[in-house]
Design a protein around this ligand. Structure first.
Ligand code: GMT
Length: 377
């Protein structure tokens, strides 16, 4: 198939999922065209069947807001025609599904049928999308998609609760390339972070308020008091300075490393003993799944899709939002009991394998086939 993929190209999980899916589809012989304003971070275009088309938004001083969805829909029309695409797969409803709908209508005018599949990722639904300023447009774009998928059951439930949805939503979980991790035995450079044999705890996010990074720091503060450890904070965002200041004022500066945005997630997770994800909302939690495939147990909150990935008392622990004392207690329970820790590591790895890329890609392929065959005009 010739497929156009639209996503946010930055470090967020939705962009990572879209890019990894594109890679996997291209490996199966599909021709993949990424259409976005910047080359996605994990995209390697020097690969057969992968193409990148940049969306440019000319800056006019007349406009206070530059109309990205207008530029995107025009670009979609051009790329669909030039490359003879058969389907568009848009990740994130805002504004991608809206732009895809407009492109579909413009092409329909020219006698060309292009179906589009919308994948809902989380904040496009639970935070931004349901805002009254966007809600009607988001509901319309979902209802007019040729197929809609959601990355967890919990997100599907949220979508049906927040929007008047008339279309079927199919749950297709996010995924991990199991073969890739099984075949790799990278040297884990623990000494880089913990030269005195300390335990290594990691958090990865975009440091938005809903990630509750202060809960990560406070959990760590309790843990390091009883178990020599280091905390690796990966990512960047508005809560970072607050977290850094707290560490400085509370004597944690030497034990907490803020690494910023990183392309070395695999290297970091390789030497991680425990992963903490105390989010207030999380439709899936791709970072937790990435930790688990590296044999890292996860301490997380019992919200959104997290209980669909992490099994309580098996691959990690799930606690109420804000219960950092409970998170520290459970974290210590693992870090101070080597046998239990080892069991959880292996169980996390086992469980992560249920989200194998091979199975998930097939599910997307059948959604595509169906959307292409089900011509709606
Ligand atoms: O978590 C974020 O803030 C980024 C956001 C995104 O758009 O990339 O992540 C969402 O999509 C990911 C991929 O499907 C999910 O793993 C995240 O759980 C989801 N984030 C939220 O629901 C808060």
């Amino acid at each position: 198939m010739k497929i156009g993929i639209v996503c946010y190209p930055t470090f967020g999980g939705s962009g990572v999922v879209a890019t990894e899916l594109g890679h996997a589809l291209s490996s199966k012989g599909h021709e993949i065209h990424f259409i976005t304003y910047q080359q996605p971070v994990r995209l390697n275009t020097l690969k057969a069947h992968i193409h990148f088309h940049e969306v440019n938004v000319p800056k006019y001083p007349l406009f206070q807001y530059q109309p990205y969805e207008l530029a995107l829909s025009s670009k979609l029309v051009q790329v669909v025609k030039k490359e003879q695409l058969e389907l568009l797969h848009v990740h994130y409803a805002i504004p991608h599904a809206y732009a895809a709908y407009m492109a579909q209508k413009m092409l329909e005018d020219q006698g060309i049928y292009i179906p589009f599949v919308t994948t809902l990722h989380g904040t496009d639904i639970t935070l931004v999308g349901s805002h009254p300023f966007y809600k009607d447009a988001v509901a319309f774009s979902i209802n007019h998609s040729n197929a809609v998928t959601s990355v967890s059951k919990s997100l599907k439930v949220d979508t049906l609760r927040l929007f008047p949805i008339k279309t079927n939503i199919q749950v297709i979980y996010n995924f991990i390339n199991v073969d890739f991790y099984k075949s790799r035995q990278p040297p884990c450079e623990r000494d880089l972070i913990a030269p005195k044999g300390e335990k290594i705890i990691t958090h990865i996010s975009n440091f938005r308020p809903l990630k509750r990074v202060m809960d990560v720091i406070k959990t760590f503060e309790i843990i390091q008091d009883k178990c020599p450890s280091k905390l690796v904070m990966v990512g960047d965002g508005i809560e970072k300075n607050k977290a850094k200041l707290y560490c400085k004022e509370n004597g944690l500066e030497d034990k907490v490393l803020f690494l910023g945005k990183s392309n070395e997630i695999d290297r970091i997770l390789c030497f991680t003993d425990l992963f903490i994800l105390p989010s207030e909302k999380e439709s899936f939690g791709l970072a937790a799944l990435e930790a688990m495939i590296h044999k890292v147990p996860v301490i997380a909150t019992n919200v959104g899709g997290l209980p669909e990935i992490i099994q309580e008392g098996v691959s990690g622990f799930l606690l109420n939002v804000g219960d950092y004392k409970g998170m520290a207690r459970q974290g210590l329970e693992l870090l101070l009991n080597p046998q239990k820790h080892d069991d959880f590591k292996n169980q996390a790895f086992e469980q992560a394998q249920q989200f194998d890329l091979k199975r998930i890609v097939e599910q997307y392929e059948s959604v595509y086939q169906e959307a292409i065959l089900k011509k709606t005009y």
